[in-house]
Write a protein that binds this ligand. Structure first.
Ligand code: S3P
Length: 174
């Protein structure tokens, strides 16, 4: 299989646009789409927040690894992940085996602004979400960097531009 025909795997912090860009890339390429958070929520019959409340972060991480393990890698697809998936080395190995791993980044201020719009992220339900974002990012930076094949800074880009930057890098014609 040539490199261009391998799946596109989107990683990055909450608010970096993985799910939205994944939806767009899948729609425009006709490739199947897998969104790990959606798969976890569908399998457990609960939204992510409820899974965290019931099972804690560790329980969620188990469900996350298990959902990733079950993805059918037989045909090229677009795979959007949750922001913490890179924390487990076995997840990173699996992501890299599935396809080309793209790290969507954004400036800290941009992430803070995007994430302030919705209160649906359990890890950000703290007294000072802006500080939590900074701390989590600092901790995770190395994990994203080590997992990714290349990076797209989404800060000043709309979804179409991010999708195009990914296709350009992967030399995929629309
Ligand atoms: C998480 C990110 C979320 C979701 C869960 C945990 C994280 O996904 O998987 O709330 O640890 O960063 P998004 O990155 O799509 O928000």
């Amino acid at each position: 299989m040539t490199k261009a025909l391998r799946s596109i795997v989107l990683i990055g912090f909450m608010g970096s646009g993985k799910s939205s860009v994944g939806r767009l890339l899948a729609r425009e390429s006709g490739w199947p789409r897998f969104d790990i958070d959606e798969l976890i929520a569908a399998k457990s019959g609960m939204p992510i927040r409820a899974i965290f409340a019931k099972l804690g972060e560790e329980g969620f991480r188990e469900a996350e690894s298990s959902a990733l393990e079950k993805i059918d890698g037989a045909q090229p697809s677009v795979i959007a992940t949750g922001g913490g998936i890179v924390l487990r080395p076995e997840n990173v190995r699996r992501l890299r085996a599935l396809g080309r791993v793209v790290w969507l980044t954004a400036d800290l201020d941009v992430l803070r602004q995007r994430l302030s719009r919705r209160a649906n992220r359990p890890l950000l339900q703290t007294r000072d979400p802006a500080a939590t974002i900074g701390a989590l990012l600092a901790h995770r930076h190395k994990f994203y960097k080590d997992a990714a094949e290349f990076t797209v800074d989404t800060s000043g880009l709309d979804l179409q531009q991010v999708a195009q930057a990914i296709r350009d890098e992967l030399r995929i014609a629309q």
